[in-house]
Design a protein around this ligand. Structure first.
Ligand SMILES: C[S@@+](CC[C@H](N)C(=O)[O-])C[C@H]1O[C@@H](n2cnc3c(N)ncnc32)[C@H](O)[C@@H]1O
Length: 240
């Protein structure tokens, strides 16, 4: 694991993994993902990045929420794949979306430009994929008349939830093995408090401890079949 010095004052230096060095990888459905060597994690399933995002965030959340005007909260903007799929869905089904997404380590534009998501998902909307990435951080930006993007460059574990309450939560952090601080009961409680009744949270992770932390935070949690290559995923709801 590559380590970066973050404090050099004591005899023992504190170090943090470097998230910013990424490599482009082709996944089994023909779409790209990024590999962060510093923590030895890919941004998506190697069995298929687009296929995974479609399954976990579109099919298991957005397409079943039955709302045409909604606020989505995402943990980890990363490649912007989930935001792009949501934007395409918003255009195709006339959904009004306020998309709030946090990212502590934005992906460099040169790495974004190498991603083949527009070609795989909606080639005629490549300019919108670029607009998602080029839009200013920390302010709401109108990407289309129906889609507001609010990218916040911040640390999720320190984030104070304010403003629009959430209807959907796309919980797409790196794994709890690598970043346990992102998956705590306390983090889920803060999200729960800021969700509308009936809100849905989905994640690729099906770990027992994550399920218990979601339940302890107040969510009702179900296990669902995962995308190809993964047996299960989790869907949590705030009771109506
Ligand atoms: C599994 S990747 C998924 C990203 C994105 N949803 C995608 O489809 O590309 C996890 C993301 O969380 C970001 N991240 C890591 N630690 C974070 C933190 N403390 N706060 C906010 N984002 C963080 C990473 O930089 C990475 O972009």
């Amino acid at each position: 694991m590559k380590l970066t010095e973050i404090s050099g004052s004591g005899a023992e230096k504190q170090v943090a993994p470097d998230f910013t060095v990424v490599e482009l990888k082709l996944t089994e459905d023909g779409s790209h993902t990024l590999y962060a060597a510093g923590i030895d994690e890919t941004y998506h399933s190697t069995h298929g990045a687009v296929q995974e995002s479609e399954h976990i965030f579109m099919d298991a959340a957005l397409r079943i929420c039955n709302q045409s005007n909604l606020t989505v909260f995402e943990v980890g903007f990363g490649t912007g794949l989930n935001a792009f799929l949501t934007l395409v869905e918003s255009i195709n089904h006339s959904l009004k979306v306020h998309y709030i997404t946090l990212e502590k380590f934005p992906v460099a534009m040169a790495d974004v430009e190498a991603l083949n998501y527009p070609d795989r998902v909606a080639p005629d909307k490549k300019f919108l994929f670029e607009a998602l990435h080029r839009s200013e951080w920390n302010v709401p930006v109108l990407i289309t008349p129906d889609f507001i993007l609010e990218k916040r460059q911040t640390d999720f574990t320190e984030f104070k939830h304010t403003g629009s309450r959430y209807d959907l939560v796309f919980f797409d952090a790196f794994s709890p093995e690598k970043q346990p601080e992102m998956w705590t009961q306390a983090c889920f409680e803060k999200i729960y408090e800021h969700c509308h009744s009936g809100a849905i949270l989905t994640t690729y992770c099906a770990k027992g401890q994550v399920r218990r932390n979601l339940q302890a935070a107040g969510f009702e949690v179900e296990r669902l079949p995962g995308p190809p290559g993964k047996r299960e995923m989790l869907r949590a709801r705030k009771q109506a």
